[in-house]
Every structure is written in C-alpha cells, then in structure tokens.
Design a protein around this ligand. Structure first.
Ligand code: MG
Length: 464
C-alpha cells in the first residue's frame, strides 16, 4: 500500500468561491507523440506539414520553445515523464540496451511513484492509451503503475517484426502484417497483428470515450501515440494528404485527432478545467531519411544529446488559466508535469523521493519567463554527456546515433555553447569562458553525488 504518502484527498483546491461551488482539481490529458521532431509542426516552422489544429492549440494556449524530454529514446523518456525523475534514478537507463525489447524481463520498478498513482490517490480516473514501453511482463504493465484502464501496444510498433522480408522493404512500404504486434485492452489481446493504420484514430476514440465517461470525475489520460515512429501508418482518409509524404500524412492525422479531443472537451464543457499538453518522447529518427522527422534548426536527433535529440515541441492548453498566444522560453521538461499536478492538487510525495521536475504553474499562470530550473542534465543511456546551466550547455561527450561511424568524441575541456545566441550548437566558446565551464563541472559533481540510482532494469532478458 502506498496510501500513507499522500496527504489527504485535497480535492477542494481553493476552498469555495462566492457562489459556493467547490473548485474541482484540473483534468490532465498528455498527448505524447513518438519521434516527432522540434521542427515538424507548422507552429514550430515546418513549411509543408500542415498542422492547423496544433497551431490553433498553441494560439489558444502556450508554446514552449525550450521544452525537453528526459531522454533521447523511448523507454527512459517515458519513465521520466511518468515519475518526474531522470531515468537513471529509476534504473531505466543503460548504455548497452537503451530501451526495453520484447525479450526484456524488467520494467519501471514498482517502487517508483508515477503521475498516475499520484492522481489516482486523489480520486482521479486514469487511463493509459497507446504505446506503453515501460515493461510488458505482468508486474510492470500500465495497470500496475496507477492506470485504471489500458488500451494499446506493449512497446514500439517496429518490434515483433516478421522476418520474412528484407527490413528495408518492410519500412519503406509498411503493412501491418509485417509486424506480429498485439493490441491490448487492459491485459487482453484483442487484435494480432495490430492494424497499425487504425491506431491513431482508435487511440483518440478511446481517449474521447474515457473523458466522456469520466466527465464528472477528475481524470488523467496519458495518450501515447505509436506514430510517428517508423514504420509509418495513417488511415485511408489521410493517404496522400500531405506534401511531406508518408511522414507528413501521419503527422497530419495526429494533428486532426488532437483537434477531435479539444472539440470533445468543449462539447462536454470541460475546456476550462482541463489542461492538455502535447509533446513528443524524443527527437526525429534521422537514420530513416524521408521517413524520419526534422529537428528544425536544432542539431542532431533521436538517440543523441545534441539539442535535436531532446528538445521537442511542447504545447499547453487550458482556456481561462493559460493566456492565449503565450510563448515561454523557460527551460522546461516532461518531468515537470508530475510536480505541476502536485502543485494544483496540493498533493505531496514522501521526502525520500528526489524529483528532477519543477512546477510549471508560474509559467502557465502568466509569468512566461519564470526560471523554474537553472540546470538540465543530458544523459545518453546511463552516461552523462552534457549539462546545461542557464543559457550555457557543456558537452563532455558528443556522438551521433544509429550509424556505424558514430563520431564519438570526448571533450576535455568540455565544449561550451551559448544556447541563447547559438541554439544550433555551432560555435564552441569554451576557451572564452573557462569560468563557466568550471561552474558547470562543480554542479555536475554535486548532481552525481545526489543521484542514488536504482539497479539497471533494461538489460535482463527473459529465458526462452
Ligand atoms: Mg520515441
């Protein structure tokens, strides 16, 4: 039982208004795209992918320009979002196996407290819809981590590949039957192979059904799309819809379905009491060429600690609380969602839990320049590759990903970039600012001393 650690059911947030109506805690919907790059939406500058609904969501809400994931690949990134902690702390980081695979034995440790558990303790109805990828063995499923309901895939949509065709063909002209994936409702297999061209739409319909069903409760929906991770799929309706080819079609269908969710909230009169956050789990998978996305002006992509690997689109929408047309350059992260919700619900965690997130509340309520953190740590697997302090970013190691020649370079002294002046990370200014490098190294030392990581969970395999 974990009930001891939350202080009461703080459902009444601000007492009673003059009309006597209790203020309900906000609903939360997190829409988590997979492998969508910083440059892949209209509102982030893409010239040929049309995303009118996400653009409008940003116009009605807030666009973050420096929003980071906890890691540059799927599994640890998801662990970071749901725990508010760097994945290394929960054991969800490894230099050898960077994500969970179908033969993986472990998952997110049961001792970790997730955002779903925090909210469930406070009376929320909770659903995980879409890709899980935090452990598919019975003790690690979504329903063991605080979610009442699950609908989706146990892991990435490129796993369980049927080895009957050369991989290249399977990815260039993908068909659902090339993968033997299971689609699950709670623990039950309802389809195999999962019909991937239907997933974006069906995940959305599940989310809308859940929000309608729980419109009287507070609810939390974690909608983790399988798209736009290769192999790419979209429904018939979106075939050829985009000038940006298959990748653009898949993004445009996601955009359309985000609009469906916002419309449903408005229809139910829930828009004033629901925060919706749209983001991505990591940067674009560049090795797939035209089937991978774009990190826009940022350098690098998925798997890397260059900005393009970990800085992603981040849009927050909450009419009445977030002023329309807000833009925030504050250094923010998926790990901030858990502490943000604790802030709004007056919940708390045991003192023993070290969080890396911080509450976004000041930013959401109008102080868009609020500095909620001064430091950010960029891990690749279990190794710290870079650290940010204010506008400064020091790289200790740089390395490309997903290719034989990874150009791994250790930097001593570290390479230093001014991300305000040089978001593209082109000009190493370490020689001009040795004092900054020294300060960052001291911070790193302190960070390492306080890590207290759990044992690695990603490497153990199932005997078969
Ligand atoms: Mg991903």
């Amino acid at each position: 039982m974990r009930r001891f650690w939350l202080i009461g059911l703080a459902l009444v947030l601000a007492g009673c208004s003059t009309g006597g109506d209790a203020v309900r805690p906000p609903n939360l919907i997190v829409i988590f795209a997979d492998d969508l790059g910083y440059g892949d939406l209209g509102v982030y500058g893409h010239p040929t992918i049309m995303t009118p609904r996400l653009d409008r969501m940003a116009q009605e809400g807030l666009k973050f320009t420096q929003f980071y994931t906890a890691a540059s690949v799927c599994t640890p990134s998801r662990a970071g979002l749901l725990t508010g902690r760097l994945p290394i702390r929960s054991g969800m980081a490894s230099d050898n196996r960077r994500v969970l695979f179908p033969d993986s034995r472990r998952g997110l440790p049961p001792e970790e407290i997730t955002l779903a558990e925090v909210l469930k303790e406070q009376g929320y109805a909770t659903a995980a819809i879409g890709k899980w990828h935090l452990g598919h063995m019975p003790e690690y499923t979504a329903r063991r981590h605080g979610f009442d309901y699950f609908f989706g895939l146990p892991y990435s949509n490129d796993m369980d590949r049927v080895p009957s065709l050369p991989a290249r063909e399977q990815f260039s002209d993908p068909k659902s039957e090339y993968w033997d994936l299971t689609l699950l409702r709670n623990e039950e297999v309802i389809e195999r192979p999962a019909r991937q061209e239907t997933l974006t739409r069906r995940y959305t319909e599940e989310a809308i059904a859940f929000l309608r069903q729980h419109k009287e409760d507070p609810f939390f929906i974690y909608l983790a799309h399988s798209m736009v991770h290769v192999p790419l799929f979209r429904s018939e309706e979106f075939e050829g819809s985009s000038r940006r080819g298959l990748y653009g079609d898949a993004v445009e269908e996601m955009d359309f379905t985000v609009g469906m969710i916002l419309d449903a909230l408005k229809e139910e009169g829930l828009e004033g009491n629901t925060m919706v956050v749209f983001t991505s789990d990591n940067g674009p998978w560049l090795v797939y060429g035209e089937q991978g996305g774009s990190s826009g002006l940022l350098h690098g992509g998925k798997g890397m600690t260059w900005e393009g690997g970990m800085r992603v689109p981040g849009i927050a929408w909450w009419p009445g609380t977030i002023a329309p047309g807000s833009v925030s350059p504050s250094v923010t992260s998926t790990m901030d969602l858990l502490p943000t919700m604790l802030d709004f619900t007056k919940g708390s965690l045991p003192d023993s839990v070290t969080l890396d997130g911080a509450s976004l509340r000041p930013i959401l309520e109008g102080d868009t320049e609020a500095e909620i953190r001064n430091e950010y740590y960029y891990y690749r697997g279990a190794t710290l590759y870079a650290a940010r302090m204010g506008k400064w970013k020091a790289h200790f190691v740089t390395e490309w990903a997903y290719r034989a020649d990874s150009e791994r370079t250790e930097h001593d002294p570290p390479a230093l970039y001014d991300l305000d002046l040089d978001p593209e990370e082109r000009f190493n200014v370490a020689e001009r600012h040795p004092d900054i490098v020294t300060q960052i190294l001291a911070r790193v030392e302190r960070h390492r001393a306080g890590l207290n990581p759990r044992p690695n969970q990603l490497e153990e395999r199932i005997d078969r």
